[in-house]
Design a protein around this ligand. Structure first.
Ligand code: SAH
Length: 213
């Protein structure tokens, strides 16, 4: 499937909608203008690709709402060449947005079917993050430390292993809480074993699960 003028026009409108909702970082908006979101969704949902809504991607999971992707990405303060760990690859859309901003992305998914699918499809669109299959709760100790870490599923608490794998000065963004609703939390690592947190309102994510399926 291609990226037509129609798709580009719809994407432009979506970006303006997200801007109206409060996203100010021009690099984030520019990245979202570039990534063809319709290619990350099953063809039966394609007419919803440029609505500001989450949608099913199979295996009981969702592609996050564009505003939420923009909000988390803005909180991460992505700089070119940042080394970023994403927990919850899902459709790969968020990873693509990070890569459009010049980040080097490591992404981990615990559901094997999603991992296999995204690993096949994303490189065809020109996005080549490092893909991992496993439990993102544990992070990727071998590849740490990271400048930024992003969790795209609801975590019941701030995972200590992930704070450990951040550089000092690094940022972890995650929704904290149980099913239903979570508080978007930005964690800044201030020193070895030390961090500060700030809360940024309520969001709804699918739960993060410990261990492998
Ligand atoms: N970032 C995704 C949205 C994913 S939804 C996108 O842009 O499409 C959350 C994803 O987190 C799901 O695919 C789910 O399977 C995955 N997930 C849940 N618990 C996880 C864990 N412990 N480790 C890694 N991935 C996890």
């Amino acid at each position: 499937m291609e990226d037509s003028f129609l798709h580009k026009g719809l994407r432009e409108k979506l970006v303006e909608e997200i801007r109206r909702k409060g996203i100010r970082n021009e690099q984030v908006l520019e990245a979202m203008r570039k990534v063809p979101r319709h290619l990350f969704m099953d063809s039966s949902f394609i007419k919803f690709a440029y609505k500001d809504q989450a949608f099913p991607i199979g295996s009981g999971q969702t592609i996050s709402q564009p505003y939420t992707v923009a909000f988390q990405t803005e909180l991460l303060d992505i700089q070119p060449l940042d080394k970023v760990l994403e927990v919850g690859t899902g459709s790969g859309y968020q990873a693509a947005v990070l890569m459009e901003m010049g980040a080097r992305v490591y992404t981990i998914e615990r559901q094997k079917d999603l991992y296999l699918k995204v690993q096949m499809q994303l490189p065809k669109m020109g996005y080549k993050p490092s893909f991992f299959y496993g439990d993102g709760y544990q992070g990727l100790p071998t590849y740490s430390p990271f400048d930024k870490i992003l969790i795209t599923a609801a975590a019941p608490e701030i995972p200590p292993a992930l704070v450990e794998q951040l550089k000092v000065g690094g940022i972890l963004v995650l929704p904290v809480g149980g099913p239903g609703s979570q508080v978007m939390t930005r964690v800044e690592k201030t020193g070895p074993g030390e961090y500060s947190t700030r809360e940024h309102g309520y969001f709804v994510f699918v739960p993060m699960l410990k261990g492998r399926e």
